[in-house]
Ligand binder design. Structure first.
Ligand SMILES: Cc1cc2nc3c(=O)[nH]c(=O)nc-3n(C[C@H](O)[C@H](O)[C@H](O)COP(=O)(O)O)c2cc1C
Length: 223
């Protein structure tokens, strides 16, 4: 698989098979992803990879609180800016509508939407959960470095025949995740990520999201 194929075949997978992923594969992905660039080579990423019992314990801890606290524990950062303007607002709306359409859930069917959203906290059935943290002293440039690291993980997963779904949804359970992992207090949870084998028969995995045409985000001059 070349880089173009990895980029084009990556998508947010929201239904996984229970097939386990060997630790050697997870290790190989992270070993290579550490080659991601970072300003000043700070390498500001920290990641916890969980499977088996530790993962089951974390999922159970969140599951036990989901009903009483559907919005979680708040978030340490704003997942989206308040008053998100256009064209971003419409893109976000469409991505949600397109996703629910794949499973026949209408806008009015709020219970079904919540049930699907709650699947985030089951990692959509994936056997591996990755939890990405950043040191609190870091600012926007280092958050961008973390993003490049995460994309490297997602592309390397493709090379190993695996799929992923980045999951900011985990950030609203930062206390529980931090406690379960015994993460040091200087680390802030940015995102979870499900990793595993895609369930090819799941309708939700048929979603292929749009992208704006190049002319909308790039200007090429002087060629
Ligand atoms: C940092 C980050 C966090 C995300 N968090 C979630 C999430 O919590 N739950 C979810 O279902 N998708 C999540 N996504 C997936 C996005 O919705 C998805 O990347 C976007 O709609 C584009 O679709 P694609 O990944 O299939 O190309 C996240 C993506 C990124 C990059």
């Amino acid at each position: 698989m070349n880089v173009t194929e990895a980029i084009e075949s990556r998508m947010s997978c929201r239904a996984f098979l229970p097939t386990p992923v060997p630790v050697a594969t997870v290790r190989a992905i992270l070993e290579t992803a550490r080659r991601a660039p970072s300003g000043g080579n700070l390498q500001p990423w920290r990641v916890y990879a969980l499977a088996g019992e530790p993962l089951a314990q974390l999922l159970a801890a969140v599951r036990g609180k989901l009903f009483s606290h559907p919005r979680g524990e708040g978030s340490e950062y704003d997942i989206y800016p308040t008053g998100l303007g256009e064209p971003y607002r419409s893109r976000r709306y469409k991505c949600g509508e397109d996703m629910y359409a794949t499973i026949g859930v209408t806008r009015e069917d709020r219970p079904a939407r919540l049930r699907q959203f709650a699947q985030n906290y089951a990692l959509f059935g994936a056997p591996v959960g990755l939890f990405f943290f950043i040191d609190r002293q870091m600012g926007p440039p280092q958050w961008s470095d973390l993003g490049m690291f995460m994309q490297s993980v997602m592309l390397l997963a493709r090379e190993h025949g695996l799929h992923t779904c980045a999951q900011e949804a985990w950030s609203v359970w930062y206390r529980t995740v931090g406690e379960c992992l015994a993460a040091p207090p200087e680390l802030m949870l940015f995102s979870g990520m499900a990793l595993g084998h895609r369930d090819e028969s799941a309708p939700i995995n048929r979603l292929r999201t749009d992208r704006a045409p190049l002319e909308e985000f790039a200007e090429l001059r002087g060629f």
